[in-house]
Write a protein that binds this ligand. Structure first.
Ligand code: KIV
Ligand code: ZN
Length: 511
């Protein structure tokens, strides 16, 4: 009989620690619901004591997402554990995840604690968490750089105190696959009582080995893998869920491991994370990169055309990527559109379908061929919409290589149209400046990205802007066949998000 592993997704906790990522409650809920569809066993929804926003999101996910274990992180400190419990107590299957570092370097310089103090604290805090919650995970932070004898001692102590999951993190991505596999084997063979608990691993990607280390751990007896979608996380990120799963699935003959993930939800989940975090994946990223299933060279194309398995070790369909076929056109009706949405795996309300259909009709007027990717982009623009304080009425741009760019933008607010003009360093800057004048919202533009959703000159362009205020990041997104319009929509989306996040009262009005 083959072994089974549990997938612990920490996109909402370690993933949210990615520089520049800041998700609001609605976005976290949307991600948690998608993770449930994907089939993860555990969702680490946040770090309850870190901020009221984290706390509220963990509580909301606990109340909303059933059939999955919901965890909150907590330092090995009473007040952290109390707060974690306050947030996860609503879950059908709550878990408190407490951690303390066990490596000499962390104990000496960060914690300023002796081995005995760390041991006592670990045991006491697991006991404290156990008063609230049956399921308690203990992480020995920086385990891969800890003394083996001390690690065994701490792990034995927390098992006796009632821990149900022991996590062995490679916190700084220092381990190598053989070494890390051996560490898991050593823990399995030397820690008394280990057979009663799950052995978890949590690998960071500083040397690009997070997935390899996690898989090596699985081969050596780890029963839970902690990972994130698209490999998001601190510094170089965490092990990527999609790579672990497709590694196990594609090489069933080698790993012979079962799990509960529905791999056909991988692509959709990856896209959702990209959209909500504003962090794109590199085109050559394994499994979910834009080129992951593209065959460029003539020899490869020829091979794939005669027999797919010549150069394809997994199918695009197995990760939920539909073929980019031409599906609908200008004359297609709502019924056909709705059917296609179902085939693409969307479950939308009638209102959402109607909105997407109107956008589809507008697009079909401008574009000859409307593909699945276009439809996905239109639908994704609609979901998770926030309060539209301002709506785009019209804009006009004057730009060229010998003139100063000027933009006139009209936005609607409560039925009133407000128009402002501004100059700028290029048409996009001019349009953004005009919108800031209309709304009075001043934001710092940190990043601007443009990508084509499909091929061809009439492709939909998708613009993502990352803006910040008071160290908080907001992502705005807009799509259109016209890249200036896509930019205007993205910035407007960011302005509306800023208003709903901070309230208008605290927005700086630029002079
Ligand atoms: O990387 C790490 O060690 C962590 C722990 C808190 C599990 O994120
Ligand atoms: Zn981590």
């Amino acid at each position: 009989m083959s072994a089974s592993i549990k997938i612990f997704d920490t996109t909402l906790r370690d993933g949210e620690q990615t520089p520049g990522v800041n998700l609001n409650l609605q976005e976290k809920l949307e991600i948690a619901r998608q993770l449930q569809k994907l089939g993860v066993d555990v969702i680490e929804a946040g770090f309850a004591i870190a901020s009221p926003g984290d706390f509220d999101a963990i509580k909301a996910v606990s109340q909303d997402v059933k059939g999955v274990t919901i965890a909150s992180l907590a330092r090995a400190v009473e007040k952290d554990i109390d707060r974690a419990w306050e947030a996860v107590q609503y879950a059908e299957r709550p878990r408190i995840h407490t951690f303390i570092a066990t490596s000499e370097i962390h104990m000496k310089y960060k914690l300023k604690m002796t081995e005995d103090e760390v041991y006592e604290r670990s045991v006491a805090m697991v006991k404290h968490a156990k008063r609230y919650c049956e399921d308690v995970e203990f992480s020995a932070e920086d385990a891969s750089r800890s003394s083996l004898q001390f690690l065994y001692r701490v792990l034995e102590g927390v098992i006796k105190a009632g821990a149900t999951v022991l996590n062995i993190p490679d916190t700084v991505g220092y381990a190598t696959p053989i070494e890390f596999g051996n560490l898991i084997k050593d823990v399995r063979e030397n820690v008394k009582g280990i057979e009663k608990v799950d052995i978890s691993v949590h690998c960071h990607n500083d040397l690009g080995l997070a997935v390899a280390n996690s898989l090596s751990a699985v081969l050596n007896g780890a029963t839970q893998v902690e990972c994130t979608i698209n490999g998001l996380g601190e510094r170089a990120g965490n092990a990527a869920l999609e790579e672990i799963i497709m590694g196990i699935n594609t090489r069933k003959d080698f790993y012979s491991i079962n799990h509960n993930i529905n791999s056909t939800q991988i692509y959709r989940t990856s896209k959702l994370i990209t959209k909500l975090t504003g962090v794109g994946v590199q085109p050559n990223k394994a499994v979910v990169g834009a080129n992951a299933f593209a065959h460029e060279s003539g020899i490869h194309q020829h091979g794939v055309l005669s027999e797919k398995t010549t150069y394809e070790i997994m199918t695009p369909e197995s990760v939920g990527l539909t073929q980019n076929k031409m599906v609908l056109g200008k004359l297609s009706g709502k019924h056909a559109f709705e059917e296609r949405l179902k085939e693409l795996g969307f479950t939308l309300s009638q209102d959402e379908i109607q909105k997407a259909f109107e956008k589809f009709k507008e697009l079909a007027d401008k574009k000859k061929e409307v593909t699945d990717k276009d439809i996905e982009a239109l639908v994704e623009e609609n979901v998770s919409e926030i309060q539209q304080t301002y709506e785009l009425d019209s804009f006009q741009i004057n730009s060229g290589n010998k003139v100063i760019s000027t933009a006139m933008v009209s936005l609607k607010r409560n039925g009133e149209t407000i128009t402002e003009a501004a100059t700028g360093d290029g048409p996009v800057d001019a349009a953004f400046n005009a919108m800031e004048r209309v709304s009075g919202v001043g934001l710092e533009l940190e990043d601007y990205g443009l990508r084509a959703v499909t091929e061809g000159k009439d492709a939909l362009g998708e613009v993502t802007v990352r803006v910040s205020r008071d160290n908080k990041t907001i992502i705005g997104r807009g799509i259109s066949t016209d890249i200036i319009e896509a930019s205007v929509k993205a910035y407007l989306n960011a302005i509306n998000r800023a208003i709903s996040e901070f309230g208008e009262g605290i927005i700086i009005v630029k002079s």
